[in-house]
Design a protein around this ligand. Structure first.
Ligand SMILES: Nc1ncnc2c1ncn2[C@@H]1O[C@H](COP(=O)(O)OP(=O)(O)OP(=O)(O)O)[C@@H](O)[C@H]1O
Ligand SMILES: [Mg+2]
Length: 309
C-alpha cells in the first residue's frame, strides 16, 4: 500500500511533518508514522514514493538495533503485529501502517537539532567558502567542497517551526540546555554518527552529515529519538561516485532533483508549491533508490509487507 495521506487513526494527532505523522498513544508512548511523501527543495510532492515510509522507519529501526551499546533510544517496536497487539485499537489500520509505524517512548524533546558533519557540504560549505567558518567558528583553510572532516564537526542548530534551522554555537547551545546536557548531546551525537559512518561506508554509502534529536524520558534518561541515520535526516552519497572538490549526487533524491531542476530551467516551475506533477518513471526511480539504500545498509530486502527481516 502506498500512502501520502493516512486515513484517520483512532489516536490523538499530535503533529504533521512534511513526511511523518505523530500520534499520542498515551502519556508514555507515541506512534510515529512515516508516509510515502517526499519533499525536494522544501516542497512536498503530490505523488507518494512507494515503500519510502517503510524504508525510513525500518532503516531507523535497524540502526537502533545496532546501537544498543551505551545509547538509550525511544523505540519500543517497529513490528506492525507487535504494535497492533500493544495498541489494539489500531487493528483495522494494520495494512496502512505496515512497516511504516514505530511505537516510541514519549520524551520531552531538547529544542536543538544535533547536527554532525563528516563531510563539508550544503549550508556548511556555503558558509565556509564565504568566511572559512562554521557557525562563526574558524575551520582550517584550504578545505574543498565535500571534503571529509576528521574528526567530524558537531554543529547544533535550533529547531525552526518555519523556514530553515539556524546554526548556533556550542556556547549558545549550552545556554539553552545547560552545559552538562550540551556536552552529553555532543558526545552521543559524535559517537552514533561515527559508528554509523563506518558501518555505512563498508556498504557503499557515505553518510556525509546527519541530524539527531534527543529527549528526556520520564525517568530522566537522555534518549535518542526521532528518525536515525535515514536518507531524510542525513545526506547519503553513493561512495562509488565520491569525488571531493564538487557537490555530490544525492543517493536517493537525485532523479527527483534533476527532474525538478529541468522543469525550473524550462520555466515550467517557479520552485514553490504547488510542485509540477512527477512522471511515473521519476517516481519509480526514486522508489528504487530508497529501496537500494535499505538493501545496502541492512544487507536484506524490505519485506513485502514493509517489515524488516
Ligand atoms: N520519542 C519522542 N518523544 C517526543 N517527540 C518525539 C519523539 N520522537 C520524535 N519526536 C518528535 O516528532 C516530530 C516528528 O515530526 P516532524 O515534524 O519532524 O516530521 P518530519 O516528517 O520529519 O517533517 P519535517 O521534514 O517537517 O521535519 C518531531 O518534532 C520530533 O521532535
Ligand atoms: Mg523532522
Amino acid at each position: 500500500m502506498t500512502i501520502a495521506e493516512l486515513s484517520p487513526l483512532p489516536l490523538a494527532h499530535l503533529r504533521r511533518g512534511k513526511v511523518r505523522e505523530v500520534y499520542i498513544v498515551d502519556d508514555d508512548r507515541l506512534l510515529l508514522v512515516a508516509t510515502d511523501r517526499v519533499s525536494a527543495f522544501d516542497v512536498v510532492m503530490r505523488e507518494p514514493i512507494p515503500h519510502k515510509g517503510a524504508v525510513l522507519t525500518q532503516i531507523t529501526a535497524w540502526w537502533l538495533r545496532q546501537l544498543t551499546g551505551g545509547v538509550a533510544h525511544h523505540m519500543l517496536s517497529a513490528d506492525t503485529d507487535e504494535i497492533v497487539e500493544a495498541v489494539p485499537s489500531l487493528a483495522d489500520h494494520r495494512a496502512a501502517l505496515a512497516g511504516r509505524a514505530m511505537l516510541c517512548r514519549r520524551t520531552t524533546v531538547f529544542p536543538v537539532e544535533c547536527v554532525v558533519r563528516g563531510y563539508l557540504s550544503g549550508s556548511a560549505w556555503k558558509e565556509y567558502s564565504a568566511t572559512m567558518t562554521l557557525a562563526g567558528e574558524s575551520l582550517p583553510p584550504d578545505l574543498r567542497e565535500s571534503e571529509r572532516l576528521d574528526p567530524p564537526l558537531f554543529s547544533p542548530a535550533t529547531k525552526a517551526e518555519m523556514g530553515h534551522d539556524q546554526n548556533i554555537t556550542m556556547a549558545q547551545m549550552s545556554t539553552m540546555v545547560g552545559p552538562r546536557i550540551a556536552d552529553e548531546l555532543e558526545r552521543l551525537s559524535r559517537l552514533i554518527y561515527t559508528r554509523g559512518r563506518t558501518i555505512a561506508a563498508e556498504r557503499g554509502i557515505i553518510i556525509a552529515d546527519t541530524k539527531f534529536e534527543f529527549g528526556r524520558d520520564r525517568d530522566g534518561r537522555i534518549t535518542l529519538i526521532d528518525e536515525v541515520l535515514t536518507p531524510d535526516s542525513s545526506r547519503f552519497w553513493p561512495a562509488e561516485h565520491y569525488q571531493p572538490g564538487r557537490g555530490q549526487p544525492s543517493f536517493d533524491k537525485q532523479p527527483l532533483r534533476d527532474y525538478l531542476d529541468a522543469e525550473r530551467r524550462a520555466g515550467r516551475w517557479n520552485g514553490e508549491s504547488p510542485p509540477p506533477p512527477l512522471p511515473p518513471e521519476v517516481v519509480a526511480a526514486t522508489s528504487a533508490r530508497y529501496l537500494d539504500a535499505f538493501r545496502r545498509i541492512t544487507g536484506t530486502e524490505l519485506a513485502a509487507d514493509g517489515a524488516s527481516q
